[in-house]
Design a protein around this ligand. Structure first.
Ligand code: SF4
Length: 189
């Protein structure tokens, strides 16, 4: 059975998916995103431990052949000591664990509201390839991802996760941590 913390995290992912699906449909004319575009996967990024833990669990439950391909790919990447692109980007330009990707990977490409005040509106493009044909200031709050709200929720869920796992509060992990987490038995969480 899935640990309660991952159930909570999956609920957040579902809400994020709901919003991104709506905005992708509404803003199709401003977006250049398409399968095979890996512009947003160009760096070795770090994520909250709960996100990497959730990915470890998802990969641990994949069919053995797919799981092995991901782990081998990550170990090869680590051996080459590269810092780009994201180690989960496959040779075909697709994310090897797409269905379990972190929140940031789901919202990338869309407009973000980065205002820190609850009612503020400060719109930022998250990808230079998108929204090039319209001023961002002409969009409304409903056209944006509420970055502050997502960060707050993610931070709280992560706090509960690190309490369970004994990790440091400010710890961030890259996908290169996945093989060890999978081997440590993340499947059982
Ligand atoms: S986890 Fe997947 S979607 Fe996210 S940056 Fe890496 S390859 Fe891209």
């Amino acid at each position: 059975m899935e640990a309660a913390i991952f159930t909570l995290y999956r609920q957040l992912l579902e809400k994020v998916n709901e919003t991104t699906d709506q905005l992708n449909a509404k803003h199709a004319q401003y977006l250049t995103c398409e399968k095979g575009c890996d512009h947003c996967c160009g760096h070795l990024m770090t994520f909250y431990p709960v996100e990497i833990g959730h990915m470890a669990r998802a990969i641990a439950h994949m069919k053995p052949q797919r799981r092995k391909a991901i782990i081998d790919h990550l170990k090869d990447f680590a051996a080459r000591k590269q810092d780009a692109p994201c180690p989960l980007l496959g040779d075909d330009g697709l994310c090897m664990a797409y269905e379990a990707r972190p929140v940031l990977c789901r919202t990338h490409g869309l407009l973000l509201n980065i205002a820190t005040e609850a009612n503020g509106l400060e719109i930022k493009r998250s990808c230079q390839l998108n929204y090039t044909n319209k001023e961002t200031s002409t969009f409304n709050r409903e056209d944006t991802i509420n970055q502050q709200l997502i960060s707050t929720l993610l931070h709280r869920i992560n706090e509960a996760f690190i309490q369970q796992t004994g990790m440091a509060p400010d710890e961030r992990l890259s996908p290169l941590a996945l093989p060890e987490m999978i081997e440590a038995g993340m499947k059982n969480l």
